[in-house]
Write a protein that binds this ligand. Structure first.
Ligand SMILES: *Cc1c(COP(=O)(O)O)cnc(C)c1O
Length: 392
């Protein structure tokens, strides 16, 4: 007898927790483990946001339930952000919804939009949460292949027409995890056209929209004319403002979808703590100097590691954003054998690319979430590993 549902028992093992167990074991053995596996910012939340939370927490009116869709103040701040950042107009009543982190929002979106057996196109390689969210909602996922031949833009030609015909929803994630790939406007233009032709709901997960380097500005899918007819976009404070533990994000766009998700969620949660929404609103209305400061730090770390990888013969595309470097494992390794070698012989944790889908095989992902000094240690340890020397 089991008290556990098939849904839960059939979930794939969460690779990240297995790696964390291994880390704990090595640390108990006295190894100084450097963890480049976890995709969460190491830097603190900016002071002005923490101060705002502290201040708002003392006001009794803020201790009550929030409106189901999030406070008006938060939704207005999201609309203000979209106007300023993307020149996109949003109706705060019908086109903006607060979520308790985009992970929650994406998982519940599946329940609100797909029926059991419906097909969803998910990027491969991609954030593993998408596939499990589809599974938990009783849907089927088909891979939307991405590779380095075209900068990880969707390879629609590699998806059979049958899957596209069956699909109800397509997920994109630019700037992307794990590939660190960024989209240009044209990528979204094509995605909207394909979604229109095939009657797909288009969902872009823009968790890294603000983390960009050297003048690159990430576009929004809602900048494409009439995209709101078929698209929604998720955003999160987690990465751009180092607020992973705060659990606050938003979804914007198509009002039918926003309304369905709001209805579904209103039966499960009652939105986020009001002081957190108010602090997040302050972040979205800020001048983004804190974000720029963090981006400079991520970029410096990325450049340092990119240069060192080049010397070691490890190939990577230099990213325009995100907190990741996505690199090819050296010849003779699989993703897993390379990650294992780094962990057991170097005490360095990276995420094997196959954890993100079959097209991630042959790659590994590094999170740029340790100090520059720690990255120096990583570089020393990797150079001692006897990876093949390049002589060009
Ligand atoms: C980190 C991450 C998220 C999760 O964001 P939360 O708002 O903290 O739930 C969503 N999508 C991608 C691609 C991420 O890497």
């Amino acid at each position: 007898m089991s008290f556990v549902s098939d849904k839960v028992s059939n979930l794939p093992p969460y690779l990240f927790s297995e790696i964390q167990q291994m880390k704990k074991k090595l640390q108990e053995d006295g190894v100084d483990v450097i963890d480049l596996g976890i995709g969460a910012p190491d830097l603190p939340t900016p002071d002005f946001i923490v101060d705002k939370l502290a201040e708002e927490s003392k006001i009794p009116a803020n201790h009550r339930y929030s409106a189901y869709s999030g406070s008006k103040e938060f939704r207005e701040a999201v609309a203000h952000f979209y106007k300023k950042q993307y020149d996109v107009d949003l109706d705060t009543e019908t086109e903006v919804l607060a979520v308790i982190g985009s992970k929650e929002g994406i998982a519940n979106l599946m329940h609100a939009t797909i029926n059991p057996g419906d097909m969803v196109l998910v990027p491969d390689p991609g954030y593993p949460v998408y596939e499990t969210a589809v599974h938990l909602a009783g849907g089927k996922s088909a891979a939307l292949p991405l590779d380095d031949t075209n900068g990880y833009a969707p390879l629609y030609d590699h998806v059979d027409q049958e899957s596209i015909n069956q699909a109800k929803l397509m997920l994109l994630n630019y700037p992307g995890n794990p590939t660190a790939a960024t989209a240009n406007y044209d990528t979204f233009l094509k995605a909207v056209a394909l979604s229109r032709a095939n009657q797909l709901l288009l969902v872009n997960d823009a968790a890294y929209d603000m983390i960009t380097f050297k003048g690159y500005k990430a576009p929004s899918v809602l900048q494409v004319p009439d995209a709101k007819e078929l698209a929604v976009e998720f955003g999160s404070l987690s990465k751009s403002f180092n607020m992973t533990g705060w659990r606050i994000g938003y979804v914007v766009g198509n009002r039918e979808v926003i309304s369905a998700l709001a209805t579904f969620k209103s039966n499960i949660d009652t939105s986020q703590f009001l002081p957190i929404q108010k602090a997040a609103a302050a972040a979205l209305r800020s001048d983004f100097s804190a974000v720029k400061k963090h981006n400079t730090i991520y970029q410096q770390r990325m450049e340092k590691l990119y240069k060192a990888f080049k010397k070691l013969g490890i190939k990577a595309d230099k990213p325009n954003g995100t907190i990741f470097l996505w690199a090819k494992v050296p010849d003779g390794f699989t993703s897993m054998s390379f990650a294992n070698k780094l962990l057991h012989e170097g005490g360095v944790i990276v995420t094997p690319g196959n954890a993100f889908g079959s097209r991630g095989e042959g790659y590994f992902r590094v999170a740029l979430t340790v100090t520059s000094e720690r990255l120096d240690d990583v570089i020393v340890r990797m150079s001692q590993l006897n990876l093949k020397e390049v002589t060009d």
